[in-house]
Design a protein around this ligand. Structure first.
Ligand code: FPP
Length: 261
């Protein structure tokens, strides 16, 4: 994706000692970066605050990551905001998160327009509170003609539910005579997933040091490079993103084959 080099340099000026824009190869930028944003609760607890304060602080990290990704020319940024299992959290935390999603998206619509960002969602949105659902619909409508980076939020998302949903879609097509059993291939599956039309993530970042996938994009992550940082999500910033991309660019991706000579 095209980037404005002047704005990019300005955004990544004042680099800390260990990483800088100069260390990044613009020709080998990951097309799709996905993030499991984790550690909001621990960040808040370490400060003697309510867990909700961690989520509120996490909004700023997400905003910075969206802008940084646009400046770097990333095509798709996706982030895991709420899983199908997160309904098990205390009701007041669920309510806070749903409200935060809605208010943040409304507040940030001008940013999305200014940065030419198109919104997408992964997950079953029909189960969301009406306020959140309506704001998401509005976000989709109002950004659908933007042609820059796609920013996808996974909300009420679970990979197992997504794969089961794809199996149902396929079974219905077979039942209705629209699809032959032999047409069920690895190439067909992605067209039945929430992520249809998007490339698989090249790089998955997980914050807070946890070494698991937590039911996130299980199909799509088959050949994704993983990067785990101990940084808690509310502390994650543009430099952490650069560190992750720098690590990614040092990898040899073979997709099951052998390295090119
Ligand atoms: C995981 O931290 C974080 C979440 C479940 C919510 C992510 C939400 C945000 C970053 C808020 C902003 C998002 C939008 C879309 C406006 P955790 O609570 O599991 O942390 P812990 O493991 O330390 O308890």
């Amino acid at each position: 994706m095209q980037t404005d080099i002047t704005r990019q340099r300005a955004y990544f000026a004042d680099a800390p000692g260990d990483v800088s824009l100069g260390a990044i190869d613009a020709a080998r930028m990951p097309a799709h970066v996905s993030i499991i944003m984790d550690g909001n609760g621990r960040w808040a607890q370490a400060r003697g605050l309510d867990r909700s304060s961690g989520h509120v602080a996490g909004v700023d990290s997400l905003k910075e990551t969206v802008t940084a990704s646009v400046r770097l020319g990333i095509d798709v940024l996706s982030a895991y905001a709420f899983s199908t299992e997160n309904w098990k959290r205390p009701q007041h935390e669920v309510d806070l998160l749903m409200h935060l999603f809605a208010t943040t998206l409304i507040e940030e619509l001008p940013l999305f327009h200014q940065e030419n960002v198109r919104l997408r969602f992964f997950g079953d949105l029909t189960a969301l509170p009406r306020e959140t659902f309506e704001v998401f619909q509005r976000g989709l409508d109002e950004t659908k003609d933007n042609t820059g980076m796609t920013f996808a939020l996974a909300v009420n998302y679970g990979a197992r539910a997504e794969i089961a949903r794809a199996a149902r879609i396929i079974a219905e097509r077979v039942r209705d005579g629209k699809l032959a059993v032999d047409d069920i291939t690895p190439e067909l599956m992605p067209r039945c997933l929430y992520t249809h039309g998007l490339p698989d993530p090249d790089l998955l970042i997980r914050t807070s040091g946890e070494l698991r996938l937590s039911n996130y994009l299980l199909w799509q992550l088959a050949y994704t490079e993983l990067y785990v940082t101990d940084t808690l999500w509310p502390d994650f910033d543009r430099w952490d993103l650069l560190r992750a991309i720098h690590s990614y660019q040092g990898r040899s991706r073979r997709f099951g084959g052998v390295a090119a000579r």
